[in-house]
Design a protein around this ligand. Structure first.
Ligand code: MRU
Length: 365
């Protein structure tokens, strides 16, 4: 997508510098900074400390992390080590394990001297594949938005609520939840987005809102608790969120607070869709609440918030009393019964074993 008229992806290989570069998302929306990642420690820090975040982008970053390590240590031991090292950075988004497995399966049979070149090539392909998946999610999700628009008066706005950032910054490009929104805009359907601020890290306020501003999408930032009220008053036509891991039976793990939005949507008859590329499906787990590990993050994220002072300085301030501990589960699981449909690159399906197996028969057991 474009930033001030220039096209960016969230990660890319800078051919001239021979370096992997990313947008350092810790500074958005106030500062747009690009940084190079040059060794295994850079990659681990970037994923763990959320310079990059969002399930698909975490996977793409890990793939390039393996490539950089193959440049530095292409031995069998180096390959096994980097898998473990990067896998330990964040536990919930399954795209991390998926990308590491893709890289290891490709590289293991190759002689060490061939590994670096093959790894850089495959990492670039993983990025391109993610872009294409997300484009297709947009094409498929657009059909749902068209159906909702068709039930409204001509020109009437379709109001979509989203949680967290499942936009292009969470992927390589397009985004998952945002891709149908961007496609709807391109198709001339008037949309308006309710952007949940998404405490504690405020990915909605910091990232989704920034994307909306830069792409010219009409939107309002709302506090996380406003969604239910807006739904009761007919101000939300649909919800679209992303996911960090979806089980083979259609349970959806996503940023903390997603479950409450799904409950409110169910109570108000608002369709609740989840947009995901297929690497986000974990075919080895079935019951999301019992089986998906939920990342517990630093309580600092709850007791402090980051923002810009009137003089332009970006800083963090404490919002709770000294001595109050924070609790910080970063994700929750929305059971499949609350999900209206899954929007994937292959089409839209029911959030169920049968629905997913219908779209991905080669994966279902
Ligand atoms: O903790 P984060 O910012 O990595 O969490 C991201 C999300 O929960 C996104 O909604 C999810 O990864 C889907 S991204 C396309």
């Amino acid at each position: 997508m474009k930033v001030d008229g220039k096209h960016y992806r969230s990660i890319w290989f800078n051919d001239a510098e021979k370096k992997v570069e990313i947008i350092d998302q810790r500074w958005l929306p106030h500062e747009f900074r690009v940084v190079a990642l040059d060794n295994r420690d850079d990659f681990a820090a970037a994923i763990r400390d959320m310079w990059v975040r969002g399930a698909p982008l975490i996977g793409a970053t890990a793939a390039y992390g393996v490539a950089v390590e193959m440049r530095d240590d292409p031995s069998d031991e180096g390959l096994d080590n980097i898998w473990e090292f990067l896998h330990a950075t964040r536990p919930t988004a399954i795209n991390l394990r998926w990308a590491l497995n893709v890289m290891r399966d490709l590289l293991k049979p190759l002689p060490p001297e061939k590994r670096a070149e093959a790894a850089y090539k495959r990492a670039a392909e993983i990025c391109d594949e993610d872009v294409e998946c997300n484009r297709m999610i947009g094409v498929n999700g657009l059909e749902i938005i068209k159906q909702i628009a068709a039930k409204k008066k001509p020109g009437e706005v379709v109001n979509i609520l989203t949680h967290c950032n499942a936009g292009w910054l969470a992927t390589v490009d397009w985004g998952t939840a945002t891709s149908p929104m961007y496609h709807a805009m391109e198709a001339g359907i008037p949309v308006h987005i309710w952007v949940d601020e998404t405490r504690p890290r405020n990915q909605g306020a910091h990232l989704t809102a920034w994307e909306m501003v830069h792409h010219g999408v009409p939107h309002h930032l709302i506090v996380d608790n406003a969604g239910g009220h807006l739904m009761q008053h007919g101000k939300v036509d649909m919800v679209i969120v992303g996911t960090d891991r979806t089980t083979a039976h259609g349970d959806v793990c996503n940023k903390i607070g997603t479950y409450l939005k799904a409950l409110a949507a169910k109570d108000n008859g608002v369709p609740f869709y989840v947009a995901l590329p297929s690497p986000t499906i974990d075919w080895t787990v079935f019951d999301g609440v019992k089986e998906i590990p939920i990342e517990e993050r630093d309580d600092d994220e709850v007791t402090k918030v980051q923002g810009k002072l009137e003089d332009g300085t970006v800083t963090r301030v404490q919002i709770s009393p000294d001595g109050t501990p924070g609790g910080n589960p970063a994700f929750d699981v929305t059971p499949s019964r609350l999900v209206t449909g899954l929007i994937t690159e292959r089409g839209v399906c029911e959030a169920s074993k049968e629905g997913l197996a219908g779209l991905f028969p080669e994966k279902a057991s």
